[in-house]
Design a protein around this ligand. Structure first.
Ligand code: ZN
Length: 258
């Protein structure tokens, strides 16, 4: 069950869109970044260009407990090192107690940079191991993308949120999204580009994942810098007949426990 949030601390998972552009941010925008709040946990999912500035419209950086990164392309990690600097400044000033926990795959040397003195700690994720953080259980599927990249299924009791990061179609994405209350899915491409640009989904494919997985709501994100985004919406809605929206900065949803 889901509703627009107007209350806190209900045990719900709350998602706020911080950034939704692919490749680079437009004016006042950010690339991939999603704030997930659950109980006392404040988890940032991806930390792309512009995310750090936009994030502070909603929460203090000191309150971010952990970051999870789908992969290490710049539009998903560009602000990561600055967030590590922020953790350093806060710990030195005494406004942050604990190091920032950063979760990401260990298949690239970039992983080692997620350890930063005693200010941030890197923790490896993989498809074989469930991650437990702040009452959430996260599991991962491998995407099909030029760099190692993972989508994530996030569960708490009967609440399910799935985030599909950069990928072309692969069947395990449907399992990752199965019966999710909320699916945030990349839709970098209009349908006309299917098979033309590797490593990304079309809006129609995002809709097909949502349909096959029987999700409660589909949010299209990682959107392109050309064309009419309403076409993306229509192409997804032609396949998936549940509620579908374009990700927009500051949009929030709350997945309620039943
Ligand atoms: Zn990418």
């Amino acid at each position: 069950m889901m509703k627009r949030p107007d209350s806190e601390k209900t045990g719900a998972i709350k998602i706020t869109i911080i950034g939704w552009r692919g490749a680079y941010p437009g004016p006042g925008e950010a690339t991939s970044g999603y704030l997930l709040q659950s109980g006392d946990l404040n988890l940032l999912i991806d930390c792309g260009s512009g995310v750090l500035s936009r994030l502070q419209q909603y929460i203090s950086l000191d309150a971010i407990d952990a970051v999870i990164l789908s992969h290490y392309h710049a539009d998903h990690v560009a602000d990561m090192h600055c967030l590590q600097y922020a953790a350093r400044v806060s710990m030195d000033l005494g406004t942050r107690d604990a190091p920032l926990s950063i979760y990401g795959h260990a298949e690239d040397p970039y992983f080692d940079t997620l350890n930063y003195h005693n200010y941030s700690r890197a923790h490896a994720i993989d498809t074989e191991t469930a991650l437990h953080v702040g009452g959430l259980t996260l599991t991962f599927v491998r995407n099909v993308h030029p760099a190692p990249c993972f989508s994530m299924r996030i569960e708490k009791d009967d609440q399910i949120v799935t985030y599909i990061s950069d990928t072309e179609w692969t069947d395990p994405l449907v399992d990752a999204a199965r019966d999710a209350d909320l699916l945030i899915c990349e839709a970098s491409l209009y349908n006309a580009y299917q098979g033309v640009v590797p490593g990304h989904l079309t809006a129609g494919e995002a809709g097909e994942i949502a349909r096959q997985a029987n999700v409660g709501r589909l949010i299209l994100s990682h959107l392109p810098h050309f064309g009419n985004h309403e076409d993306l919406l229509n192409q997804a809605a032609a396949v998936y007949h549940g509620p579908v929206e374009l990700a927009r900065t500051g949009s929030t949803w709350q997945v309620m426990p039943t």
